[in-house]
Design a protein around this ligand. Structure first.
Ligand code: LMR
Length: 353
């Protein structure tokens, strides 16, 4: 009798465990639920899309929007899995991961790519872009297309440029208004020749680090200051160690959305235009949203008691620009002067053009 009871208990426990396992409740296994529309689920194409910023940023949200649009336009045949915050790769190693096919899509800042695509240096020239419409016209127009085209020679497919708007200057010790305010200070930069030179001509010392390390290098005072957009300063809490912020709008932070070429070539013919459509739509959405987001988050920053915000006065801006003149000449020689002219020309046009 005793054996019978023990055997029955073991059978019941075993049965319960089996039911739990089969439903994916054990070992945190998650079952993909299939429905009628997902009959082809086993043929679903997954695009792993890695980036380094927070989800609540122009890049983070555009990646999410793109993912939704791709799913919709391909009727679920393609799923874009987004990995934010550098959880997979930092900005130092995402390009290698893309080339190796470990992820299929990344959106690095164009600065991070200037070693590979030297023509993109022009995009880092300080005060080249006048306003958000200017950025949009260049990024989504012929010049943007031409610039993206340089990736083809490097066996990568550029789908679009996204924007995070204008960069601002921050410091841990004093307001940055005159060029002399930069003298002797150390600044964190993205790895890029033009940004390095930009700080040298201001008399400062640039130190390049991955975005994933910026917060801790400010906290530990490895650097005195940095440049970034309002959305990155806000979403990563960089303002906590940088109580002086100058609204300088001196440079643009933009991203190239890049796909592994081999993967792109392997996609079915009918899928590619659907993905391109989704990219067009999410790019326009990104352009609008980045403007809004930087505005809203600036208002949030204005509420921070210990943060001092200054607007760069026009006469001081003229003095910064004077310092940057040799940098323009240098980049003109190193790249294509016509590219700079083409970008400048887009400043005056109506945004419909
Ligand atoms: C940075 O390194 O500051 C930016 O490139 C981060 C990003 O991707 O916005």
């Amino acid at each position: 009798m005793k054996h019978f009871i023990t055997a029955s208990i073991l059978t019941i426990v075993g049965l319960i465990l089996f039911i739990f396992y089969d439903n994916g409740y054990l070992f945190h296994e998650q079952k993909i639920t299939a429905d009628e529309e997902q009959n082809g689920l086993k043929d679903q194409i997954i695009i792993h899309f890695s980036h380094v910023v927070a989800e609540n940023t122009p890049k983070g949200l555009a990646a999410q929007k793109f993912s939704e649009l791709v799913y919709e336009k391909t009727n679920g045949r393609v799923k874009v899995q987004v990995y934010p915050n550098g959880i997979l790769y930092s900005d130092n190693d995402e390009l290698e991961a893309l080339k190796a096919g470990d992820v299929q899509m990344i959106a690095p800042s164009f600065t991070n790519m200037t070693n590979i695509v030297p023509q993109w240096k022009v995009l880092d020239l300080p005060f080249l872009f006048q306003d958000d419409d200017h950025i949009k016209r260049v990024f989504t127009g012929e010049t943007g297309e031409q610039l993206l085209g340089y990736l083809n020679e490097r066996e990568m497919k550029g789908l679009a440029f996204w924007s995070n708007g204008f960069k601002q200057m921050t410091s841990n010790s004093h307001p940055l208004i005159e060029p002399e305010d930069f003298a002797g200070e150390t600044f964190r930069i993205m790895p890029g020749h033009v940004l390095k030179r930009q700080f040298y001509v201001l008399g400062a010392k640039p130190i390049s680090t991955a975005f994933t390390e910026v917060f801790s290098s400010l906290e530990k005072q490895v650097v005195d200051g940095q440049e970034n957009t309002i959305s990155n300063i806000y979403s990563k809490g960089l303002y906590q160690y940088q109580p002086y912020l100058t609204l300088s709008n001196h440079g643009v932070l933009g991203y190239a959305v890049i796909v592994n070429q081999e993967f792109w070539n392997s996609l079915p013919q009918d899928i590619r235009p659907q993905i391109e459509d989704a990219m067009k739509e999410s790019t326009l959405w990104n352009m609008e949203m980045s403007v809004q987001m930087n505005k809203t988050q600036l208002e949030e920053l204005r509420k921070m008691e210990n943060l001092h915000i200054y607007k760069l006065p026009a006469d001081a801006k003229a003095r910064w620009m004077e310092r940057f003149k040799p940098l323009y000449r240098e980049v003109e020689q190193e790249t294509d002067p016509e590219l700079i002219t083409a970008i400048k020309e887009k400043a005056a046009q109506n945004s419909q053009n």
